[in-house]
Design a protein around this ligand. Structure first.
Ligand SMILES: Cc1cc2nc3c(=O)[nH]c(=O)nc-3n(C[C@H](O)[C@H](O)[C@H](O)COP(=O)(O)OP(=O)(O)OC[C@H]3O[C@@H](n4cnc5c(N)ncnc54)[C@H](O)[C@@H]3O)c2cc1C
Length: 320
């Protein structure tokens, strides 16, 4: 007979800063805890060159180092840490418990915390899709070093776009930020640094209409949305930060989401499904920051701990 999947008190899907914090709290609370991530632990923190707004690290901290410190702290607790991609989250035999169907294994859980973040919006113009990984990127930290002394462009005007544009000046000969509005939506301090940076040019009121080049990126066709004027710039790389959608494709329970797939959750991180909690970038609020994901991770663990105490014992006994 096939072995029964392990029944966890709390299963946390996603090992970003939110999921790892939830794991630390759940482990420390002596709950039987699973933290599962499809790749490396750290999530989007691994994509950021420097965190200068995470408390406890005056002068800032490198994204990799911050993620590593969190993972080390998580591993100090008695939690099961798995690398596995969850393909389906569903109710177990109709509920109230949950079933997580992973690539490698299936897991059962009394409560689930969703911390799988968001998926970057792709640039939907001719030439963009086929050059993904051949000059089109969504991660300056991963790919920036390929563009030493070469011109690159950044598309977008939010925090991550401006931050990564500044980061790319370390490598690139020139960084052109292309933004569809006439001012950034990034924090004032970042916007000022980018505007004053000698290696950064900004094309305001502009959108990319085509990525040029045969195999690799060779340039961009750009339209000024106010004047309709079309121009062209030569770049070898283009880094895209034009928004994202909630990473919820695997969630097969009727949880409330907005039209971009972000989960609606309350102030204790509860969703409309009892026992299901959501934290960090997967949620519909506008502020996507590591410290917020961590705070919500801590809170969701405490909420889940309180929730599981009320599940009838006979329901649990069937799956133990
Ligand atoms: C370029 C950049 C710079 C940033 N700079 C800053 C900054 O300076 N300060 C700051 O506070 N914030 C910054 N942020 C934002 C911050 O990184 C995010 O807000 C934070 O990482 C969100 O944490 P999270 O736990 O919600 O999810 P994420 O960090 O997105 O982690 C989600 C995790 O879920 C995993 N996952 C996804 N799907 C599955 C699945 N089906 N099964 C299993 N695992 C899955 C992923 O592998 C990932 O590890 C930056 C983000 C970016 C992209």
């Amino acid at each position: 007979m096939a072995e029964k999947p392990t029944l966890y008190d709390i299963a946390i899907i996603g090992g970003g800063p939110g999921g790892m914090t939830a794991g630390i709290y759940s482990g420390r609370g002596l709950l039987k805890t699973l933290v599962v991530d499809k790749m490396a632990f750290g999530g989007a923190v691994l994509l950021s060159a420097k965190f200068d707004n995470f408390p406890g690290f005056p002068g800032g901290i490198d994204g990799w180092e911050l993620a590593q410190k969190m993972e080390t702290q998580l591993r100090e607790h008695d939690v099961d840490i798995e690398i596995d991609e969850i393909h389906e989250l569903k109710m177990l035999d109709g509920g109230p418990l949950f079933e997580l169907v992973g690539e490698a294994r299936t897991y059962y859980a009394k409560a689930v915390i969703l911390g799988t973040g968001s998926i970057p919006e792709p640039l939907k113009v001719p030439g963009a899709r086929d050059k993904l990984g051949k000059g089109v990127s969504t991660c300056a930290v991963c790919d920036g070093a390929f563009y030493r002394e070469k011109p690159v462009a950044v598309v977008g005007g939010v925090n991550s776009a401006v931050e990564e544009g500044i980061y790319l000046t370390k490598f690139a000969s020139k960084v052109t930020i292309i933004h569809r509005r006439d001012e950034f939506r990034a924090r004032e301090v970042l916007a000022k640094e980018a505007i004053e940076h000698p290696k950064i040019d900004i094309l305001w009121d502009s959108v990319v209409t085509e990525v040029l080049g045969d195999e690799k990126v060779a340039g961009l066709k750009i339209k000024n949305v106010k004047t309709e004027e079309i121009s062209q710039i030569d770049v070898n790389g283009v880094f895209v930060y034009i928004g994202a959608t909630g990473n919820t494709g695997y969630v097969k329970v009727p949880v409330e989401m907005d039209k971009r797939g972000y989960i609606k959750a309350g102030c204790l991180n509860e969703t409309n499904i009892p026992g299901l909690f959501a934290i960090g970038d997967i949620r519909w609020e506008p502020y996507k920051q590591a410290i917020i994901a961590c705070g919500q991770g801590a809170q969701a663990s405490l909420s889940a701990d309180r929730y599981i105490k009320d599940i009838p014992k006979d329901v649990i006994a069937k799956y133990q």
